[in-house]
Design a protein around this ligand. Structure first.
Ligand SMILES: Cc1cc2nc3c(=O)[nH]c(=O)nc-3n(C[C@H](O)[C@H](O)[C@H](O)COP(=O)(O)OP(=O)(O)OC[C@H]3O[C@@H](n4cnc5c(N)ncnc54)[C@H](O)[C@@H]3O)c2cc1C
Ligand code: FES
Length: 253
């Protein structure tokens, strides 16, 4: 298994970098090889001087040219931001599982940088002509990455789109739109509420979790969470068994 993961490490070339909001960036990387990536999968990037690779959801994939949207947080993202077009980068992936796409009315909810995998999912649904609505939420207008294309945008301060958080009108939207599945990515509090809404309205939910990762390939057990499996509680690693889980399986802390 580790051998398989090693095969997924690429010395890739940066073909595009762009600042896309006050605090987020886009980087496009040519892996020099056709790569199949599913929505929800991620890549891990080696950041010079740091022991652990940093995980980022795949935002776009055009035959192995992988795009990532990222928010600057600490040393790793600062390093990625310092890289220039033409320089090389060491990435590993695609890793993890993916959203299970169902051919039914779909409600997509992304908050903050969690809009990255949800945008990729939307493009996959549209390729298959699956009806969907994508709702995105940000703190304010300046944080909206210019490359995303949701149907409805919320900002906490009302500086763009509707005023409120990404879940302000979800119950109303559920009642009117009657989605058969809800997909979500964003802060854990948002994901927890999505899965609670799913249970209340009897709608399947799939949410993509974030955990600090060390190995990113299911070996170190550093990202393990508890999930429900029938009547049992079992361990699952976010990096290998996830990052996407059924909302009703997750045991929220
Ligand atoms: C499966 C997965 C997909 C992700 N996709 C994206 C993405 O598409 N775009 C994006 O910008 N970020 C994404 N992240 C989060 C990203 O991995 C972290 O922002 C990054 O590792 C921070 O590295 P750093 O060295 O810059 O910051 P660090 O110095 O490592 O951390 C800076 C701060 O960020 C916090 N932090 C670090 N990692 C995470 C995390 N995983 N979750 C919550 N807080 C964290 C730390 O606790 C610390 O407070 C994803 C994480 C996972 C697990
Ligand atoms: S990060 Fe090592 S098992 Fe998930």
């Amino acid at each position: 298994m580790i051998k398989d993961q090693i095969k997924k490490i690429y010395k890739a070339k940066i073909i595009n970098t762009e600042k896309v909001s006050t605090n987020s960036y886009y980087i496009e990387i040519d892996c020099n090889k056709e790569i199949e990536a599913k929505a929800g999968q991620f890549v891990s990037i080696y950041c010079e001087g740091l022991t652990f690779r940093r995980p980022f959801s795949i935002f776009t994939n055009n035959k192995g040219k992988i795009g990532i949207l990222y928010k600057e947080r600490g040393k790793g993202t600062k390093y990625i931001k310092s890289l220039k077009k033409g320089e090389s980068i060491d990435i590993s992936g695609p890793l993890g599982n993916s959203f299970s796409i169902k051919n039914c009315k779909s409600l997509l909810i992304g908050a903050g940088i969690g809009t990255a995998p949800i945008s990729f999912l939307k493009s996959k649904l549209e390729n298959e002509n699956i009806e969907n609505i994508f709702i995105a939420g940000f703190l304010n207008k300046n944080e909206i990455p210019k490359l995303i294309n949701p149907n409805i945008i919320y900002t906490d301060d009302g500086s763009f789109g509707k005023k409120g958080n990404v879940l302000s009108d979800t119950e109303e939207i559920i009642k009117k739109y009657k989605p058969e599945i809800i997909y979500g990515c964003g802060p854990e509090i948002v994901l927890k509420k999505i899965s609670e809404l799913g249970e209340r309205y009897n709608i399947e939910t799939q949410i993509s979790l974030e955990k600090l990762m060390a190995c990113s390939i299911g070996v170190c057990r550093g990202c393990v969470i508890d999930i429900k499996h029938g009547t049992k509680t079992v361990n699952a690693s976010v990096c290998k068994d996830g990052p996407v889980f059924w909302g009703n399986e997750v045991i929220w802390q």
